[in-house]
Design a protein around this ligand. Structure first.
Ligand SMILES: *[C@@H]1O[C@H](CO)[C@@H](O)[C@H](O)[C@H]1NC(C)=O
Ligand SMILES: *[C@@H]1O[C@H](CO)[C@@H](O)[C@H](O)[C@H]1NC(C)=O
Ligand SMILES: *[C@@H]1O[C@H](CO)[C@@H](O)[C@H](O)[C@H]1NC(C)=O
Length: 228
């Protein structure tokens, strides 16, 4: 039995040890290429295979989206100055967001640790952020394994290539994106649980954009995104 006057100190050490036990999410590499299998069937959609190129130093993120049994891919090019271009072979939609892209350490601030869970055979740490995304990280390799969105959309990371980049020419939005003037100004609540706009294929893109924009944004924007 330790002397009574040491008890506060011991309690403090115990609390510190407990805090150390809560793992912190591993920041993303500044550049990576991931192949992401996306399951939208839980939210009324289909299956997709997405090539994701995250390029923080150049302030950009790209989703090359191939729908199941559909020939023509859709590009979602997100620039950190706020502009997003969604285009395929025939059309283009431009959106202007008030915030930039997710920084590599986007999950560290404001994430809630939910413990360990085995997903698809991988032992993972699980965090959630602003009730928008549930993020699974491999306990051993620290690679992301999966993330789920509030709307039932599930993304499974099939490969994760640190330093993987896409050549500059592939980021260029086509001329049709600049010929019409239909830029939509997006508000922070553009894709939330209560918002009808998350329905439909455009809505799915909005969810991904909201992820790459608002989930990493300063607390105020994230709170606005969660509460609208
Ligand atoms: C997709 O998600 C739905 C709903 O969560 C699930 O029932 C189904 O098994 C999943 N399919 C695949 C191929 O992952
Ligand atoms: C952001 O950058 C992209 C790519 O350089 C450009 O096309 C777009 O016009 C820029 N948007 C704004 C608001 O400056
Ligand atoms: C391109 O996207 C638009 C809008 O989502 C869609 O209506 C059109 O069918 C798509 N074009 C092709 C060739 O898939």
């Amino acid at each position: 039995m330790p002397p009574l006057r040491l008890l506060p100190l011991l309690l403090l050490l115990a609390a510190a040890a407990a805090a150390l036990d809560t793992p912190t999410p591993t920041p993303w590499p500044e550049q990576f290429h991931a192949v992401v299998f996306t399951n939208l069937t839980g939210s009324g959609g289909r299956l997709q295979l997405i090539d994701l190129y995250y390029d923080w130093p150049r302030g950009r993120n790209l989703n090359l989206i191939r729908g199941q049994l559909s020939g023509d891919p859709t590009y979602d090019v997100e620039w950190t100055n706020g502009t997003s271009y969604f285009f395929n072979a025939t059309s283009c939609r431009t959106k202007l967001f008030p915030v930039g892209l997710l920084p590599p350490d986007w999950l560290a601030a404001g994430a809630v640790y939910l413990g360990r869970e085995t997903v698809a055979g991988f032992d993972c740490h699980l965090w959630t952020k602003v009730d928008f995304v549930w993020y699974y990280e491999d306990v051993v390799t620290h690679r992301p394994v999966r993330w789920n969105f509030f709307n039932g959309m599930q993304q499974h990371v099939m490969s994760f290539e640190v330093g993987g980049v896409l050549e500059d020419s592939k980021w260029q939005a086509p001329a049709r994106c600049f010929s019409d003037q239909h830029t939509v100004i997006a508000d922070p609540g553009a894709a939330t649980v209560t918002d009808d706009r998350v329905e439909g294929e455009d809505g799915k893109l909005d969810v991904m954009n909201a992820f790459f924009r608002f989930v990493g944004a300063p607390a105020a924007a994230a709170a606005a995104a969660a509460s609208v």
